[in-house]
Design a protein around this ligand. Structure first.
Ligand SMILES: [Zn+2]
Length: 412
């Protein structure tokens, strides 16, 4: 039986969202949390973008050290030889890539303005796949951008050319959120059957169906005999109305009526980490979690009406589909209302020692404390908000990696 995997794209689709962004340390923390949660792969960034180079290299180093393991780190580039070459020039250690190109007539004509035919699109993609493989890429996914508005025959032709030249996965991008569960099911199933290769499902939420479409698409791929890879983002953050929310999709796969009986995740996603990762992404992006967000919203387990409250008091299962502790909730959160010492870009050593001391971190000497504090100052310059405990601990533990994350050298 084919299985379902998660590829989280917060660090690629999430950060390219208008008005939003993350510092390189925040992106790294997201990779750490995704790894702890058991997510199969993180699309961790843009290897052709110069200011990502040190971040990507540092995260690959963490993988080599065994810290970011077993999660896979994959980069996103356009499906051109130029992009692939540049990716390997800037991030030589990259081993997993997704190559993206538009496949719909709307985009081929609308974006390339008559300079490219369908044949050109296929040959650009094929050349990019050959180039990626020649550089030793272990897995290549080819992304059909705007697949939901692409003619079926062309999707098959595109996919066949990709697989013939060594691509491992086909990413079906519902770029505009145009699909519905019925259409994406049949498309994904048809592609799985005709191509005989794993299908990635990439859904947007413009019609409010990203999670439902992801489930239906994954089911289509599995029914077609192939593994399905669902693309998600934390809190559904993504372009326009966003992507399929990681926590909601994981909940849907495991809790929706009858689904888990036939369709399984290859490795379980640890939902008890949901609360933590959602809170962190919300804080780092500066975007509050909606009150009615599945699993992690403030009202997800709140009951006001008399009948509901009475029902939950007698037995939570009367009105709760899953329990709060399954998504990592239930710990009281302590808010300090007295004097507070914050670590910031202009902070000094005594306040910093106090903060770290509260987390039982001791420095071996003055010089080490100063060095870590300096990194904390730089990290704060990048994030412009107080760092959370996990970030401070991460900096204290991996100062060499953090130095790399904080290094930005604009070219001349
Ligand atoms: Zn997208």
């Amino acid at each position: 039986m084919a299985r379902i995997y998660f590829i989280d794209v917060t660090n690629r689709d999430g950060v390219q969202t208008a008005r939003l962004g993350l510092s390189k340390l925040e992106k790294t923390m997201i990779n750490m949390y995704l790894n702890e949660m058991g997510v199969f792969q993180s699309e961790f960034g843009f290897p052709t973008t110069r200011h990502e180079s040190f971040y990507l290299q540092a995260n690959l180093e963490l993988a080599e050290m065994g810290v970011l393991q077993p999660i896979r780190l994959g980069g996103w580039v356009r499906a051109t030889v130029t992009d692939v070459e540049r990716a390997f020039e800037l991030v030589p250690g990259i081993r997993h890539l997704n190559l993206s190109i538009s496949t719909s007539d709307q985009m081929i004509q609308g974006k390339f303005q008559g300079t490219k035919s369908r044949e050109d699109i296929v040959s650009m993609m094929v050349d990019a796949v050959i180039c990626a493989k020649a550089h030793g890429t272990e897995t290549v996914g080819v992304n059909a951008e705007d697949a939901s508005r692409t003619e079926t025959d062309f999707l098959i032709e595109f996919g066949r050319a990709a697989i013939e030249h060594g691509a491992e996965r086909f990413r079906y991008c519902d770029t505009l959120g145009y699909d519905n569960p019925f259409t994406i099911y049949s498309n994904a199933r048809m592609l799985a059957e005709k191509l005989g290769m794993p299908i990635e499902i990439h859904c947007h939420n413009d019609l409010g169906m990203a999670v439902a479409n992801s489930l239906a698409g994954a089911r289509g791929a599995v029914d077609g005999g192939q593994d399905a890879y669902i693309n998600t983002t934390i809190n559904g953050i993504g372009e326009r109305a966003g992507n399929a929310d990681l926590v909601a999709t994981a909940l849907a796969i495991t809790k929706a009526k009858g689904f888990a009986e036939g369709y399984r995740l290859e490795t379980p996603v640890d939902l008890t980490r949901a609360w933590k990762i959602s809170k962190f992404a919300s804080y780092a992006f500066g975007v509050p979690i909606p009150i009615n967000q599945p699993g992690v919203g403030a009202n997800a387990f709140a009951h006001g009406s008399g009948i509901h409250a009475d029902g939950v008091l007698k037995d939570p299962e009367n009105y709760e589909l899953y329990s709060f502790d399954e998504v990592g909730r239930g710990e009281p959160e302590i808010v300090d209302t007295g004097s507070q010492i914050c670590s910031g870009q202009y902070g000094g050593i005594s306040g910093f020692k106090r903060i770290m001391g509260q987390m039982a971190v001791k420095f071996k000497d003055e010089a080490q404390g100063e060095r870590i504090l300096e990194l904390v100052r730089y990290a704060n310059v990048a994030s412009q908000r107080p760092l959370v405990e996990d970030e401070l601990l991460f900096i204290a533990k991996y100062p060499g990696i953090v130095k790399k994350l904080l290094t930005l050298i604009p070219p001349d």
